[in-house]
Design a protein around this ligand. Structure first.
Ligand code: ASP
Length: 470
């Protein structure tokens, strides 16, 4: 018999069906055995009657998390047995039907899980949850979150395709870029002693795609940053990364705002203020004392309101710990037109404002981008301000400077953190709660054992000698 998904059972009342999934809970009432079955679409209660000996025997044996196929008749439950939401009084999904078991086949048994997969899971220690992440992901909260994440990304894609964007992948094996974080590096076998860097973002490639004439690019891009781990930071995160040609700051903000609004509203969220209020960096610092802030009232928080705002006009440069000029956000940005001549002359550095913008929502920075420098002399001036010598600029950025000299159009873009957005949409406070197999807070992988040793042969092949451990 063809499999019916549990969510679709309500239209099958009176019919015989076959379902496949897991035993969620089993309640033995002596003669009657109740089993809640679960598949990717939902849950349903089934009852094994002693009159059906075969099914009853198997029902006696199965335990939580066993994998089964069940056949039976879908019945309406008697009024007093209908399960309703205690608060709203609404009938729970499949709360008014149950399956009278005719057959039950075990596809795979399961040991007692080392962690409860039904509750919220937040009380379970992280090590156990991540060691058995494939079980931890069975819990309804994680199922809901990862499905919501998938829907969010799907809607973003649909929106961008509707606006004539092309989705293009860029390499993971690349060279180090100045994104302001530490690179993850990969040793090269073919060039012993040399290393690739994993991208901190596709920034330079997306700009080169503008040179290449794609005009509207996006990518759901994985980014790698070797940073100290925090609640909202992991080694890997995903960005909705986009770039457009022949646009100004206003065009980018408008398109991006339309994307975020269309997608979140279609998912049922309410936005506090439209169009999103805009603050200059200076205004934000004066009003909120920070460039990310929460504009929600207590009432808004209860109602799951999204309070977006743009922060614009960031200073291009700031002094680092050693007193040297460094970029605040993105070295590839363009200064405001009225500051371009200062930038080119490397004067009044502290006054230069970049065409750089951040999107904040509910206290988080969820995205950021800029109009870019698309002429080589501007990019050269930026690095010169930051103390790069002409040789260094040539060595690190000749590919960009050259591309700019081959007809690169004016362009700009933005990137949004998928995890940050999903954290806001779900109310989760940890990045780990919105990724499938995140790193532990001590920087190890979930389920699999990494980082781990390489064999002597592998090291030899890579031309790597490890320093003796003290
Ligand atoms: N590449 C930037 C980042 O990762 C985003 C952008 O400017 O588009 O923060």
């Amino acid at each position: 018999m063809q499999r019916t998904y549990i969510k679709d059972l309500k239209t099958e009342v009176g019919k015989e069906v076959s379902i496949s999934g897991w035993v969620d809970v089993r309640r033995d009432h002596g003669k009657l055995i109740f089993i809640d079955f679960r598949d990717m679409s939902g849950k349903v209660q089934a009852v094994a009657l002693p009159s059906n000996k075969e099914a009853h025997e198997v029902a006696n044996k199965v335990r939580s998390e066993w994998v089964v196929t069940a056949t039976g008749i879908v019945n309406k439950r008697p009024e007093r047995m209908i399960s309703k939401n205690k608060e709203t009084g609404e009938i729970e999904p499949n709360g008014d039907i149950e399956i009278e078991l005719k057959g039950l086949k075990v596809l795979n048994e399961a040991q007692t899980p080392p962690l409860d997969v039904r509750g919220d899971g937040k009380e379970i220690n992280e090590e156990t949850r991540l060691k058995y992440r494939y079980l931890d992901l069975r819990r309804p909260r994680m199922q809901k979150t990862l499905r919501l994440r998938s829907e969010f990304v799907d809607r973003i894609r649909q929106f961008l395709f509707s606006k004539k964007f092309t989705e293009i992948e860029t390499p993971y094996f690349t060279s180090t870029t100045p994104e302001g974080s530490r690179d993850f590096v990969v040793p090269s076998r073919m060039y012993p002693g040399k290393f690739f860097a994993l991208p901190q973002s596709p920034q330079q490639y997306k700009q080169l795609l503008m040179t290449a004439g794609f005009e509207r690019y996006f990518q759901i891009a994985r980014c790698f940053r070797d940073e100290d781990l925090r609640a909202d930071r992991g080694f890997e995160h995903t960005q909705i990364d986009l770039e457009m040609s022949f646009v100004n700051e206003e065009d980018i903000l408008n398109l991006d705002e339309e994307m975020i609004t269309t997608v979140t509203e279609a998912m049922g969220y309410k936005i506090k203020q439209k169009p999103f209020p805009r603050f200059t960096y200076k205004e934000a610092m004066e009003k909120y004392g920070a460039d990310k802030f929460d504009m929600r009232t207590e009432e808004d928080k209860k109602n799951g309101i999204l309070a977006f705002a743009w922060v614009v006009d960031f200073p291009f440069f700031e002094k680092d710990k050693e007193g040297k000029w460094t970029f605040t956000h993105n070295p590839f940005s363009m200064p405001l037109p009225e500051h371009l001549s200062s930038q080119l002359q490397n004067i009044d550095t502290e006054k230069i404002i970049a065409q750089q913008y951040d999107l904040v929502c509910n206290g988080f920075e969820t995205g950021g981008g800029s109009v870019r420098a698309h002429k080589s002399e501007i990019l050269k001036a930026t690095f010169k301000t930051m103390g790069y010598t002409a040789e260094q600029i040539e060595k690190d950025f000749s590919h960009m400077l050259q591309a700019f000299d081959f007809g690169t159009p004016p362009h700009g873009g933005i990137a949004h953190g998928v995890e940050r957005m999903v954290m806001i949409l779900t109310g989760e406070l940890e990045l780990r709660e919105v990724q499938s197999f995140p790193q532990t807070s001590s920087g190890r992988t979930a389920v699999m054992d990494a980082p781990s040793d390489l064999s002597n042969d592998q090291l030899k092949e890579l031309g790597i000698e490890l320093r003796k451990k003290k």
